[in-house]
Design a protein around this ligand. Structure first.
Ligand SMILES: Cc1ncc(COP(=O)(O)O)c(C=O)c1O
Length: 368
């Protein structure tokens, strides 16, 4: 008997999620030195982890104890940060873990989730793992939601709707009235605000109004803690109670809890880096718009989706990687001609633009 036959049918054919390659692996693949790598493919914080957060991690001396299973301190801090009752907050090992918790809570194998595409690939990837069907509803050409199509596709087997706002990779927000329209249909609506700090727009106040709304947030982007894995969900109390019942008891590790405390001690610093990233987003958008083979989309997040009008996205990615600059490209047909570029520091934009300008000149020569 082949033990592979014992695999759960739903996981037997699941494709591996294409996660971000570590710096050393990317450098080895391209035959360049790791210190030349500029990572503009993961929407991480280009300013890194501040020294005070590193010091808090280094001086903590209780790593031999299990973490608080209820993340009480983080939730109390988040209650202050979000204005939300701590009993409505669930903290996870990245917001990715909260996505899994929502599948555990709501979606049985064979049931469905609705995903307006293109969007963050994790929703579809985890649906596959949980044996759920995906009802993909294409966004309009400008990447806004097609609310009529979504409502029409909202049959009773659809348990969750995932709405990233700002959307990854297009950077645009969902309109509140579109979200409310779906909420009124009774389905669980998950508004993923991973990039909230860069947009300043949230539907969190609606969590107190609707019993079927979840808002996801993370420390991976604005707070520079992607490597420590901390995310959270704002949800109705009944749902938070259910999530607490089924989650892994020690899901948020001690280092993550120490780091979050230090982040809240350093809010002035983080506000200033968020401001810098928002300013740089505009500067990068304007610079990219000047290159006639690229068309950047306006974005409310810390990345820009860029339409590659000439030469193709694969050639563009290759050209940048040759110089150590890594951007995100997509395998799905609806994004074949796009790349997503994270907003870095001003010097990162300058380096990116120098390399792109050479390619623009080459294309211009070829066309003349
Ligand atoms: C829309 C969206 N949601 C969630 C995540 C995952 O965040 P975390 O690092 O908290 O798991 C990402 C990360 O890229 C994202 O783009």
């Amino acid at each position: 008997m082949d033990p592979r036959d014992l695999l759960r049918p739903s996981v037997a054919n699941v494709e591996r999620y294409r996660a971000i390659e570590p710096i050393e692996a990317a450098a080895a693949r391209r035959g360049i030195s790791p210190d030349r790598i500029l990572r503009l493919n993961a929407n991480e914080n280009p300013y890194g982890t501040p020294l005070r957060v590193q010091e808090a991690l280094a001086s903590f001396d209780q790593y031999h104890l299990y973490p608080d299973p209820e993340s009480r301190e983080i939730r109390a801090l988040l209650a202050g940060y979000t204005g939300m009752d701590a009993r409505r907050i669930i903290v996870g090992n990245g917001s990715d873990e909260i996505i899994d918790l929502l599948f555990w809570l709501f979606v049985a194998p064979g049931e469905s989730v609705m995903i307006p595409t293109p969007t963050f690939g994790m929703y579809e990837a985890r649906a596959a793992v949980f044996g759920a069907a995906v009802r993909a509803v294409p966004r309009r050409p400008d990447f806004s939601l097609d609310s009529d199509a979504m409502e029409a596709a909202l049959t009773p087997d659809v348990k969750l709707v995932f709405l990233a706002s700002p959307n990854n990779p297009s950077g645009n927000l969902c309109r509140e009235r579109e979200i409310v329209r779906l909420l009124r249909r009774g389905v669980i609506v998950v508004v993923d605000e991973a990039y909230f700090e860069f947009s300043g727009r949230t539907v969190a106040p609606l969590v107190g109004e609707f019993d079927n709304l979840v808002v996801l947030r993370t420390f991976s982007k604005w707070a520079g803690l992607a490597g420590l894995r901390v995310g959270y969900g704002l949800m109705p109390r009944w749902m938070a109670d259910e999530a607490r019942r089924i989650k892994q008891p020690y899901n948020v590790n001690v280092a993550a809890q120490v780091a979050v405390r230090a982040v809240f001690d350093e809010m002035a610093y983080f506000r200033s880096t968020i401001r810098r990233i928002r300013l740089e987003r505009l500067r990068m958008y304007r610079a990219l718009r000047k290159l006639n083979f690229l068309k950047p989309l306006e974005s409310k997040a810390n990345y820009l989706l860029v339409h590659v009008l000439h030469g193709g996205s694969a050639a563009l990615q290759d050209w940048l990687e040759e110089d150590g600059i890594f951007v995100r490209r997509y395998s799905s047909p609806d994004l074949a001609d796009y790349v997503r570029i994270s907003v870095g520091r001003p010097e990162d934009t300058d380096r990116l633009m120098r390399r792109l300008t050479v390619l623009a000149q080459r294309y211009a020569r070829e066309m003349s």
